[in-house]
Write a protein that binds this ligand. Sequence first.
Ligand SMILES: Nc1ncnc2c1ncn2[C@@H]1O[C@H](COP(=O)(O)OP(=O)(O)O)[C@@H](O)[C@H]1O
Ligand SMILES: [Mg+2]
Length: 323
Amino acid sequence: MSELIRLEKLTRYFDMGRGKRVHAVDGVSFSIAEGETLGLVGESGSGKSTLGKTLLGLYDKTAGSVIYKGEELPAHYRPKDFLRMANVMQMIFQDPYASLNPRMTVGEIIAEGLRLKPDIQAGDVRARVTAALERVGLHAAHASRYPHEFSGGQRQRIGIARALIMEPEFVVCDEPISALDASVQAQVVNLLNDLKTSMGLTMLFIAHDLSMVRYISDRMAVMYLGSVMEIGKAADVYFQPRHPYTQILIASNPEPDPGREKQRLSTPIQGEIPSPVNVPPGCRFAGRCPKVMPVCREKTPELLPLVNEDRLVACHLYTDAVS
Ligand SMILES: Nc1ncnc2c1ncn2[C@@H]1O[C@H](COP(=O)(O)OP(=O)(O)O)[C@@H](O)[C@H]1O
Ligand SMILES: [Mg+2]
């Protein structure tokens, strides 16, 4: 499979004044192949949403780059860049309540991106809105209704239709089911999976439910305080996590299939995720890591390949073992 998108040391800080900077995304590098789904997991506050938005140009890049089909995208998007990239990359947001304008009809919401195209005809817009609604399991008649008339699961379908009407190649799904009732979560995940196949999409799938990410993703990346700690095949990372942070994250995640209940670690995840304002030197996880060594507090481990394994880990435990 050929590479579709590559991040090279992508970095996004937020300046908070008085010399305070939030290191929300700090030098993240990975690539996603055409047709692949990369799952991105990590606790709340680890920088997943900021990564997704920076990658899409919704936030300016502080440093580093995004390379799409071999072309480096601008650090700061101008209106023409948004126009051009809207046909290529789209985002499905976490909260289907907050992300839909309550004063617009569903048809207007879904058509918003299309109207950016200067040469599009009104009849064409209507036909494409109908097709987009049907694609997500809704009906043409829903176009004249308002978001409040729909359930959470239906609103997320509207959000998906809004993104997919642009016929993108690449979609960032930012926790698309975490605001939904458990009973409709599986339906929305299955819809996304079906659309991915039928439309040939490439996806970055952000979530904190690891078992769901394992199910939907080809590979999985684990993020902590703005950095990627481990990345590899989803089943490898899920069933044989190597980074101590991944091990704890997976052990503290409830396994939905009782037949596969894994042994719980005796030590649950300790302490809170530290503030990304004062990032300590060395490994970001050192303060909470059960396997911490002196070197971990001094030197930041690089994300490096493990010998004889198809994965990368940023941990000094494996430094001797790396090629
Ligand atoms: N617009 C913003 N301004 C300042 N800080 C932000 C902003 N957005 C996110 N952050 C901070 O950046 C860090 C990462 O946040 P976020 O990307 O939302 O993480 P996640 O999606 O993994 O929960 C957090 O410390 C958060 O408070
Ligand atoms: Mg988020």
